[in-house]
Design a protein around this ligand. Structure first.
Ligand SMILES: C[S@@+](CC[C@H](N)C(=O)[O-])C[C@H]1O[C@@H](n2cnc3c(N)ncnc32)[C@H](O)[C@@H]1O
Length: 264
């Protein structure tokens, strides 16, 4: 299992984890990262090339898998980013409170085992005006796809080191204390729909008037197979604001973080 996890799994993620629609979303979301950035589960470093090095002061790349770090180290050499690798898990982020401007998670919150600990850690380290950028596999709203997601999940967990298909990520982000105003969802890859349902969000998805990503040219890559016929049905899912003062997906206040800690 050690050999699979350290050598084969990193290659699988490196080769399968960035099909054209996903690459396009990375290209749209990641240039918004700025200041001191924490990337959780940086994997083989596929996001590195999408950051704007003039805006990112430093990048903490948290990644518990040494094989992934080896691949990411190669990608880092092609950038001008100031990257510091941290070989630890996202459930215990070894950074001070409120010291990060942007947290990035792409296909990691759907993988970590302690999802709520990881989200609470993200809320803790974000500065008051900070934001979370996320792109994750998530439970589909379609009950038929959900059934297939439940069916495939054990295989994905085994093959991709714990990857879940059935997490309701927006709900979990709120449960972990972040406020998610708006999330976009879609079937994003040349795989069966039950493998490819993703949700994503950032400041750009929080009603700031940014044009939603235009995925039409990704349709060139859509396969003819019936399972993925409407894979590109991207939709916007507004979520109601909670009445309680909460942290937004893009900001966490120190006072609220303190309140949360004292109530735990
Ligand atoms: C599907 S890969 C995604 C990699 C990369 N973020 C991307 O977008 O391609 C999931 C990553 O999460 C990492 N991971 C798994 N468990 C983790 C944990 N508890 N904390 C942080 N990262 C974790 C894995 O090692 C892997 O690099």
């Amino acid at each position: 299992m050690g050999f699979y996890r350290d050598s084969i799994y990193p290659q699988l993620v490196s080769h399968l984890g960035d099909p054209p629609p996903i690459e396009k979303l990375r290209r749209r979301l990641l240039p918004d990262a700025r200041g001191d950035v924490l990337e959780i589960g940086a994997g083989p470093g596929v996001n590195f090339g999408h950051y704007d090095p003039t805006r990112v002061t430093r990048l903490w790349a948290l990644e518990p898998n040494a094989g992934m770090i080896r691949l990411a180290e190669r990608r880092r050499r092609d950038t001008r980013l100031n990257v510091e690798f941290i070989g630890l898990a996202g459930e215990r982020i070894p950074l001070a409170d409120a010291c990060v401007d942007t947290v990035v998670s792409t296909f990691t919150l759907c993988t970590v085992s302690g999802i709520l600990d990881a989200i609470r850690g993200i809320a803790r380290v974000l500065k008051p005006e900070g934001k979370l950028i996320f792109l994750e596999i998530s439970r589909s709203a379609d009950p038929r796809v959900q059934r297939w997601q439940r069916w495939w999940e054990p295989l994905h967990r085994a093959a991709f080191a714990g990857l879940r298909l059935t997490r309701d990520l927006p709900a979990l982000l709120e449960q972990g204390g972040l406020r998610v105003d708006q999330v976009e969802c879609g079937y994003l890859a040349r795989f069966p729909k039950s493998w490819a349902h993703c949700c994503w969000g950032s400041e750009a998805a929080l009603g700031l008037g940014r044009r939603p990503v235009d995925l039409r040219d990704c349709m060139r890559h859509a396969p003819a197979s019936p399972c993925a016929a409407d894979w590109i049905s991207s939709s916007v899912v507004p979520r109601p604001r909670l009445e309680q003062p909460t942290r937004s997906a893009s900001s966490v206040s120190r006072a609220e973080t303190r309140r949360e800690r004292s109530s735990r």
